[in-house]
Design a protein around this ligand. Structure first.
Ligand code: HEM
Length: 484
């Protein structure tokens, strides 16, 4: 450990003193400064936890492509309260088996049928924005906080695709389930990033722990209820894939194969999955599948609002592919033709990767390009810092979607520097789903509104690299209805 450079550490505290009292935004900046001072590989002691940060793409490649370094860092254990041993946090044989049975759930034929859900939920999103626009005009508000609306829309999308039911988050943002999701996200951020909440014994005595228990009850009971219901329906043989369910008013108009149904029909070692097995995977989709896409969409709209020429190009492309009738639904084929929109999404994820930090746990001592990494080390890899490396991306802080076009594609040149969806065997299983969903929301929004940013554009927004990347202050936008 001594050979790895890093800031001087104090007894017991290690380097935790450097982070004490810092806001998440300041902590984020500090990580950048430490990399400048100590180089692409540096160590950090946070109390008893030893971490090595790897910022060199060759080291990142070694870790992410390895079939040995697959275990997640200690911090992911906090997610276990909600996700139990779902795909994101599990390791070893269990992860292998689950990845194998879950991969077919993201086949393009399955994704294709979800586009109708993306389209329908986005229409509600557009309706809500329209109402907000009118309220804003009537009350002379200074802009709309898009993030709030996006979050509810992505929550509705993931709930309907994962469980086949709608929670109507967009029309009832105050429901128990929506509030529980918000609480649990807040708790997870605090536990991971505040050293005082890290120790179970002291944490259990805090009001935060009580709030977490209440939220977990709501989340687990909801998923459990749907699983039981769907299993019974499956046993009874009704309703079929495309049949309308009249029994449950909450069910989407046409039944589709939700992720849940695929899991109900899967087997491991010739045995069906138990309710708990299924719950942990469905909850994992609920967690991984909404905050990540919300963050990406938020930064996407920020980039387009501050780069009107790119917004115009996106709009022109959407108009030429989907047409000028705003009632025309988006389809899988149409979304696949939105090439320029795709470049803008990729560039947004380079500048603002939804997951700014990935962590792996070294179970057995290993060597990474000549550096010996002891067992027990947590490895940190930052898609955020990688995407901003000057030696790999020309003008890294500028929004230049063209860098991803087919001739010069920045993605192919640097497969282990451009890692918003991670890379290698543990990459994001929902990548294609996410791209389609983002495109559907973007296409429907830009068909209806022109988007302008309200606020200072001379400085980029202050970022907070928590579990999911966000900004310190809400980003506010002015919307203008498009007239055809
Ligand atoms: C813009 C949207 C998204 C981004 C940027 C993103 C990014 C990522 C990243 C970086 C990882 C690796 C995490 C790690 O190693 O700690 C990951 C894993 C994962 N993601 Fe996504 N994700 C997105 C959307 C989704 C969606 C929509 C779903 C589900 C429908 C999903 C499901 C998962 C799952 C289950 C894993 C764990 C995979 C495994 O360990 O085998 N993600 N995602």
């Amino acid at each position: 450990m001594r050979e790895i450079p890093g800031p001087r550490s104090l007894p017991l505290l290690g380097n935790a003193n450097l982070f004490l009292g810092l806001t998440p935004a300041e902590a984020c900046l500090l990580m950048g400064k430490l990399a400048e001072e100590h180089g692409d590989t540096f160590k950090l002691w946070l109390g008893p936890w030893f971490s090595v940060m790897l910022f060199d793409p060759r080291d990142v490649e070694h870790v992410l492509s390895s079939t040995q370094l697959l275990d997640k860092a200690f911090e992911y254990d906090f997610l276990g309260q909600w996700l139990n041993q779902g795909l994101l946090v599990s390791g070893g044989r269990k992860w292998h088996q689950r990845r194998k049975i879950i991969t077919p759930a993201f086949h393009f034929r399955i994704l294709e049928q979800y586009v109708e859900i993306f389209d329908r939920q986005t229409r509600q999103f557009v309706k809500n924005l329209d109402t907000a626009l009118r309220k804003e005009a009537a009350n002379s508000w200074n802009g709309v906080d898009l993030g709030r609306f996006i979050h509810l829309c992505t929550l509705d999308v993931i709930c309907e695709t994962a469980m086949g039911v709608s929670i109507h988050a967009q029309t009832n943002a105050d429901s128990d389930y929506v509030r529980a999701v918000k609480t649990i996200s807040m708790v997870l951020h605090k536990r991971m990033f505040n050293i005082f909440y890290r120790f179970d014994l002291t944490y259990m005595l805090t009001p935060l722990a009580r709030a977490e228990r209440r939220a977990l009850n709501v989340l687990h009971e909801f998923t459990e209820k749907i699983i039981v219901q769907r299993r019974e329906e499956l046993l009874r043989g009704t309703p079929s894939e495309t049949e309308t369910s009249s029994a449950d008013a909450d069910v989407g108009a046409k039944r589709k194969m939700a992720f849940l149904d695929i899991l109900l029909q899967s087997t491991v070692d010739e045995k069906p999955l138990t309710n708990l097995d299924i719950r942990e995977e469905v909850d994992t989709f609920m967690f991984e599948g909404h905050d990540t896409t919300s963050s990406a969409l938020m930064f996407f709209f920020y980039n387009l609002a501050t780069h009107p020429e790119s917004q115009q190009k996106c709009f022109e492309e959407i108009k030429s592919v989907i047409g000028t009738d705003v009632q025309t639904p988006v389809t899988y084929e149409l979304l696949n033709k939105l090439h320029y929109v795709e470049l803008c999404i990729k560039e947004t994820l380079r500048l603002y990767p939804s997951v700014p930090l990935l962590g792996r746990r070294v179970v057995e001592e290993c060597e990474i390009n000549g550096k010996v990494i002891p067992a027990g080390t947590n490895i940190g890899i930052s898609p955020l810092f990688m995407g901003r490396r000057e030696d790999l991306f020309v003008e890294p802080n500028s929004f230049k979607p063209e860098r991803f076009d087919v001739v010069t594609t920045a993605e192919k040149l640097n497969p282990y520097a451009y890692i918003p969806f991670s890379a290698g065997p543990r990459n994001c299983i929902g990548q294609k789903f996410a791209m389609l969903e983002i495109k559907a929301i973007v296409a429907n929004t830009l068909r209806h509104f022109e988007i302008d940013f309200v606020g200072d554009t001379s400085e980029p927004p202050v970022l907070i690299a928590e579990l999911i990347l966000r900004t310190r202050d809400p980003l506010m936008f002015k919307l203008k209805e498009r007239v055809y």
